[in-house]
Design a protein around this ligand. Structure first.
Ligand code: M6R
Length: 614
């Protein structure tokens, strides 16, 4: 949440900052702002709303300068407004700061600073931090680097910050703890800083991911210097980015979400690449090879995640228990960490996260680590905080996901979980060779089946047209497709703002059935091998109460077709792998309904892609 970007070099900073903010806008879009130094002046432009508002606001102003910082905000402390927009200034307007994270002890710091005469012009925690830095710099008579370092020792919470000073017009100071920060090393004298690599990729591939409590000092004409908040020098580890620029552009699609839905044949294939050898009959995930025995011997596996990744975790539970016969529990990371869970050294925790930055998941990992559990990560973003906090893991290789609603990341996570379950089953001998081989072959054919499924696009558009004005939706599924029902409901509500609930189909009669009338669309996943007859009975129960049925069925189905109002066919596959197919029409349905309702699908209200606050 919140995207930060900064530049120091020889080029004009403003266009770089604006482009960077547009790339980071998925992280929050409540307000946007930039601060630039030009002719010894520190100029500030900030506006409530999206980056486009900032662009119009600044269009007739002088935005010159070769050093600057920019921010796009997802509001935590203080409502979205011009005054709460970042960058924030120190009291004497010498310093400017951008910040992603939360300063938890801001209230006590603010009270102390107020007593010492500081006056604040926003409701944010961030402004308190820049006042604190100013206070230390003046009172202790230290330079800016030292003032930042001392201040960071006094704050509790999460931060990725960049500080700019009028008195030091050739320097940026960046630091992070629990919120991500990447530094791109450009040509001589030139540095790019951002919350993720997307604003940097078109300028340089050489990057440094800051670690927690590290401070980078970037000066024109000098090499980057790195220390930690205890003032110990650190050696920068510069790595090469693998991301391609095309991957973060819309490439002819109207929205990132639909582009990402259509990328799934490729992203699923990429998640499998090099991990299934059909000739040798081997499934292997290199990243966890050394930990395989540990996982097999685990007392239990605990999967922690949030949102869509949690839904993937539920599919993972079914897969691992079914194939490898290891007990699995799936926990919301946010609940897990606060409920004093029993964790032992023989537990294995699998943390799933697209962004690799979700604060709750990171905190759950930290807790499990302290208690001695082994931590395995399933992340999409290479080099992200979660991928670095785990003992081992497997990347999903879905490529950058920009749309706030997660689509290709989900199917990539389920693909990796399927591979993991198969590889554990193979090592443990819990599946027969023939079953294992059949599943491996089936999994390998999923990308082409997804490709075929995406051709039902127009049919789904027509269904969306019928139900675009519905006020509620119910999603039902059983077994492997219960998590898909949850995911379908989440997708619809987050981008179309229609209330939707996912339920295990059989649970409907224990309450939600009371909601059913002729106004209620019910999406039912009724694939051939998944408790089919029972689901058919559930459909009959809905029909008897005049509910409208949209059924996801296996190709060639006739029984459900005869009773449902609308059916969407998915290619036949093993039930355990069916979530990789049944999810796709639900993503498309949500997308088209949201578009028809005029919603901003890539940036739904109140949401952010990367939830780096607890
Ligand atoms: O980056 P993560 O996978 O850790 O994110 C978890 C959730 O915030 C995320 O899946 C969220 O629910 C999405 N908006 C769902 O589309």
């Amino acid at each position: 949440m919140c995207g930060i970007v900064a530049y120091i070099g020889k080029k004009e900073a403003y266009p770089i900052l604006i482009k960077g903010l547009q790339r980071l806008e998925y992280r929050g879009y409540d307000s946007a702002g930039v601060a630039l130094i030009h002719n010894q002046e520190l100029n500030l432009f900030k506006k409530q709303g999206k980056v486009s508002e900032l662009i119009s606001f600044a269009s007739d102003k002088d935005t010159s300068g070769t050093i600057g910082i920019g921010h796009t905000r997802w509001a935590t402390h203080g409502a979205p407004s011009d005054r709460n927009a970042h960058p924030h200034f120190s009291g004497n307007s010498d310093l400017a700061i951008i910040h992603n994270g939360i300063i938890e002890n801001y209230a006590s710091l603010k009270a102390e600073l107020s007593q010492r005469g500081h006056q604040f012009s926003s409701d944010t925690d961030t402004e308190v931090l820049i006042h604190l830095i100013e206070d230390i710099r003046i009172k202790a008579g230290v330079d800016l680097e030292e003032a930042v370092r001392i201040a960071l020792n006094e704050v509790v919470g999460a931060y990725a910050i960049v500080v700019l000073s009028k008195k030091n017009p050739d320097m940026l100071i960046a630091a992070k703890k629990s919120s991500p920060l990447v530094i791109g090393i450009g040509e001589t004298d030139e540095y790019y800083i951002a919350s993720d690599a997307t604003p940097i990729i078109e300028y340089t591939k050489n990057v440094l991911y800051l670690n927690d409590e590290e401070i980078a000092i970037l000066k024109k004409g000098e090499e980057l210097r790195l220390i930690n908040i205890k003032n110990q020098p650190k050696v920068p580890y510069i790595q090469e980015l693998e991301m391609q620029l095309e991957a973060i552009e819309k490439g002819g699609f109207d929205h990132f979400m639909i582009k990402e839905i259509f990328e799934q044949p490729t992203s699923i294939k990429n998640s499998m690449r090099g991990r299934i050898d059909l000739n040798k009959g081997i499934v292997s995930l290199g990243g966890i090879r050394e930990y395989k025995q540990k996982i097999i011997n685990a007392e239990r596996i605990i999967i922690v995640a949030c949102g869509t990744s949690w839904h993937a975790g539920l599919v993972g539970e079914y897969l691992i228990e079914d194939f490898a016969r290891i007990p699995v529990e799936v926990e919301y990371a946010s609940e897990f960490r606060y409920r004093n869970p029993i964790i032992t050294e023989s537990d294995v925790v699998i943390a799933i996260s697209q962004s690799g930055e979700t604060a709750d998941t990171l905190a759950a990992i930290k807790l499990a680590k302290e208690k001695g559990a082994t931590i395995i990560g399933i992340c999409n973003v290479v080099g992200s905080s979660i991928s670095r906090a785990t003992d081992a893991g497997s990347y999903t290789h879905a490529g950058p996901e920009i749309g706030v609603a997660s689509t290709k990341a989900f199917t990539a996570q389920v693909t990796v979980l399927s591979l993991m379950a198969l590889s554990l089953a193979q090592a443990k001998g819990s599946l027969s060779d023939s079953k294992l081989r059949q599943l491996m072959v089936e999994l390998s054919t999923i990308p082409e089946k997804v490709e075929k499924l995406l051709n039902t696009d127009n049919q789904i558009k027509a269904i969306a047209e019928k139900f675009k004005n519905a006020r509620n939706f119910l999603y039902l599924g059983r077994g492997y497709n219960f998590p898909v029902a949850l995911e379908g409901a989440l997708k619809l509500k987050e981008i179309s703002y229609i209330h939707a609930e996912g339920y295990p189909a059989a649970e409907m009669k224990h309450g939600p059935i009371a909601l059913i009338d002729e106004e209620m669309p019910v999406v039912v996943i009724a694939t051939k091998h998944g408790n089919y007859e029972k689901v058919v009975s559930n459909i009959e129960e809905v029909k008897a109460r005049n509910g409208k049925i949209i059924a996801i069925v296996t190709e060639g189905d006739t029984e459900v077709k005869a009773i449902a109002d609308y059916t969407i066919e998915v290619p036949e596959t093993d039930e355990a792998l069916s979530p990789l197919l049944t999810t796709i029409p639900l993503q498309l349905l949500s997308y088209y309904i949201a578009i028809m309702r005029g919603c901003n699908v890539d940036q739904p209200r109140n949401l952010a892609k990367s939830v780096t606050v607890e």
